[in-house]
Design a protein around this ligand. Structure first.
Ligand code: FUB
Length: 325
């Protein structure tokens, strides 16, 4: 086991929401940059008041990452007003596309894209957000057939529960009881990587009987933090349950789903949010995640970590203890 597993990977800044990828043989981490601010917490997530992004480069799983510097500042995003939250990045034809959410000038969360020539950035934001996107937590998934899919969405402060059929209504609420739970969204990207090729669709997660997870099922239903990867011919959709603080996994043979609930990846960590990504590196699989170890549990002062993730012979992800250090 690597000696830096389960340790804060960045100690001079607070970092969260790590999307990690292998580019050119190295591991790159695209986190949120939590500010060192003391503010009251609320369910709207106002305490997550981030204004820029850094990228981190790891030579391998045994070497602490180096800070590649600030790669995008909110003042250089023409359409954004505040709260640059969990980002992600993908490579296509030698260009790097950095996807990020932020509130627009009217206070609605949207997903934007910024483009760079290196995985280390810097990234230049497009003048406007990606039309048709809303809510938070973009994950950009490169499929083996060369199509790229954007998944996104988060409820409560992330506003997803205000949407039905991709239309906002302030009166909408998170489904309760036996109503089907809110679904994350998925849409194919156009080849330009800057526009959606289709209207976002629901990515449905079903139980062992094929029934969509319900609103009351807080231990299993989707809250935020979508991640997609493929192992063999199986798509894994992994996510956070938010208010019950689990990271869960589900599988499908079709990128659009439905995805069948599989189980838990990680039990709650120290801190309210739990957010992750998964990658394969030199034949092993790793979970990147965050907790609040450095700040002794202050929710908006998080730190990125990683640890090895294992599958059983049937492809089930083996559950890990989020409090283990
Ligand atoms: O970092 C702000 C928000 O907290 C993210 O967008 C969520 O996934 C949660 O980690």
């Amino acid at each position: 086991m690597s000696s830096i597993e389960k340790k804060p990977l960045v100690t001079d800044l607070y970092t969260a929401d790590p999307s990690a990828h292998v580019f050119n043989g190295k591991i790159y981490i695209y986190p949120s940059h939590d500010r060192d601010i003391d503010v009251e917490n609320n369910d709207n997530g106002d305490q997550y008041d981030m204004t820029d992004y850094h990228v981190y480069e790891m030579d391998d799983e045994n070497t602490m990452p180096r800070d590649c510097g600030m790669v995008l500042d909110i003042k250089d995003i023409p359409w954004a007003s505040k709260q640059v939250w969990a980002p992600d990045c993908a490579e296509k034809d030698g260009k790097y596309y950095f996807f990020f959410p932020a509130r627009d000038k009217e206070g609605f969360f949207r997903v934007g894209v910024a483009v760079g020539d290196s995985p280390k950035g810097p990234f230049k934001a497009e003048p406007d957000y990606i039309k048709g996107t809303f809510s938070i937590d973009p994950c950009i998934f490169p499929d083996t057939d060369k199509n790229y899919y954007l998944t996104f969405g988060g409820i409560w402060g992330g506003q997803l529960d205000k949407y039905r059929n991709n239309v906002y209504n302030e009166a909408n609420k998170e489904p309760e009881g036996d109503e089907p739970a809110m679904c994350p969204k998925i849409a194919k990207m156009n080849p330009d990587m800057k526009t959606l090729a289709e209207e976002p669709k629901d990515l449905v997660i079903v139980d062992e009987n094929g029934k969509p997870l319900t609103g009351k099922d807080h231990d299993r239903r989707y809250f935020e933090d979508p991640w997609l990867f493929k192992k063999g011919d199986t798509y894994y959709f992994t996510y956070s349950t938010g208010d019950t603080h689990f990271l869960n996994w589900s599988t499908s043979k079709n990128v659009y789903g439905p995805y069948t609930f599989g189980g838990k990846i990680l039990t709650p960590v120290l801190g309210w949010t739990t957010h992750h990504s998964i990658l394969e590196y030199n034949g092993k699989w790793y979970l990147f995640y965050h907790d609040c170890e450095l700040s002794n549990g202050v929710n908006q002062k998080r730190n990125v970590k990683f640890r090895e993730l294992k599958f059983d012979a049937n492809g089930a992800i083996i559950t890990m203890d989020g409090m283990e250090r």
